[in-house]
Design a protein around this ligand. Structure first.
Ligand code: PLP
Length: 386
């Protein structure tokens, strides 16, 4: 199997899997219980919290574990808007993940004014537009750090600088950047930041929200006293411990993976551009998560390419969101200016720690033939776009 869909999810780090499996077998205590088997679990959860906090340049009490990256995004946005009833405006971008986008739509239904900042053809937000969109009623700005479909990295430092001048809180969805590039909440001057376990070789069903000390926010989930009364519900202890271990592994590995993934992705990018005519690279050439490659294959349906690659054991993703069989062109690709038929021809290759030279070579061997065959069958007049 050649797995090139690491932005969808990643294989679990072996040390994280082992730690989780040992933990589940040996520890069933509730971390809220005061007797030893509970205290012991609480200590392990605290250790995981410390690892995550350190990796983000945060303090331990600023990390709240959640049930997913999606929950962390919902918590940040709804929690800040709930805590600031006197302000009813929210700013986000047109290329957010549904975890943020659908939360914005929910806010709109509740009467909040939402402004969507546009992006240029590389997927970078329009800072001037953002500046002009801020009003005294703006409660929060939420703009993702790196995009999941095209990898473009947003100028978060500039966004927070603009926001600070007007005293507005900033959240970023760092689900696709954390573990791949440097993510430090102080350097980026962020108030809130979301991460997810399963994008960083950790388990699924666990995430975390960084909340800068002193930030006024309400919980999303009410109940018991867990997570400093900010996220009720008995903790997903095994998930949290697995997430901690995955983060520890990332920190220990340092730049090793980053450099290797970059090299492999560059080889794949160059290979596709050299061997396949009528393709277009989507995203920013430099300000990008380098392991994410999104290409349009003019004249083709991405889904057909995806399925043909899958028969060869190569797993990639399309640039389109499929909902109940009805294929819609991706809002991200539309936002960078692609026509629907071009957006429907886009394939995302996302590389990760476990990919090898052989993986890239196999794609470069199979993909040109697949594309050529489909083009021959469809015999369409393929128009290239700028
Ligand atoms: N935000 C981004 C940018 C993502 O790519 C994803 C997952 O695809 C999420 C949020 C949601 O994370 P989770 O799957 O943990 O809910």
């Amino acid at each position: 199997m050649v797995y090139l869909d690491n932005n969808a999810t990643t294989p679990i780090d072996p040390a994280a899997a082992e730690k989780m499996s040992d933990f589940i077998k040996e520890h069933f205590g509730n971390p809220s219980s005061l007797y030893p088997i509970g205290r012991q679990v609480k200590e392990m959860v605290t250790e995981a919290r410390e690892i995550v906090a350190k990796a983000l340049g945060a303090g331990r009490t600023e990390i709240i574990f959640t049930g997913s990256g999606t929950e962390a995004d919902n918590f940040a946005i709804r929690g800040v808007l709930d805590a600031h009833p006197e302000k009813n405006e929210f700013i986000t971008s047109v290329i957010e993940h549904p975890a943020v986008m659908e939360t914005a739509h929910y806010l709109e239904k509740k009467g909040v004014k939402v402004t969507y900042v546009p992006v240029d053809k590389y997927g970078t937000v329009d800072l001037q537009f953002l500046k002009e969109a801020i009003t005294p009623q703006t409660a929060l700005i939420s703009i993702m750090h790196a995009n999941n479909e095209i990898g473009t990295i947003q100028p978060i430092e500039e966004i927070t600088r603009i926001a600070k001048e007007k005293d507005v809180l900033v959240h970023t969805d760092a689900v696709q950047s954390f573990g791949k590039i440097d993510v430090n909440v102080d350097k980026l001057e962020l108030d809130l930041l979301s991460i997810s376990g399963h994008k960083i070789y950790g388990p699924k069903g666990v995430g975390a929200l960084y909340i800068r000390k002193g930030t006024h926010i309400w919980p999303l989930i009410y109940g018991g006293h867990q997570e400093r009364e900010m996220r009720a519900g008995t903790e997903n202890t095994a998930g949290i411990i697995g997430l901690g271990e995955a983060v520890r592994a990332i920190r220990e590995r340092g730049d090793k993976d980053k450099k290797r993934i970059e090299k492999l992705a560059e080889k794949l990018k160059k290979g596709i551009e050299d061997k396949i005519p009528k393709v277009k690279f989507n995203g920013h050439e430099r300000n990008r998560i380098k392991g994410t490659l999104n290409f349009a294959f003019f004249g083709l349906e991405a889904e057909a390419i995806l399925l043909a690659l899958a028969t060869k054991g190569i797993y990639v993703s399309t640039g389109s969101a499929c909902s109940e069989g009805a294929e819609e062109a991706s809002h991200v690709l539309a936002a960078i200016g692609l026509k629907p038929e071009v957006a429907r021809s886009c394939i995302r290759f996302s590389l990760g720690r476990f990919n090898s030279e052989e993986d890239v070579e196999l794609v470069l061997k199979e993909l040109p033939d697949i594309v050529a065959k489909f083009r021959e069958i469809s015999a369409l007049d393929i128009e290239e776009e700028d």
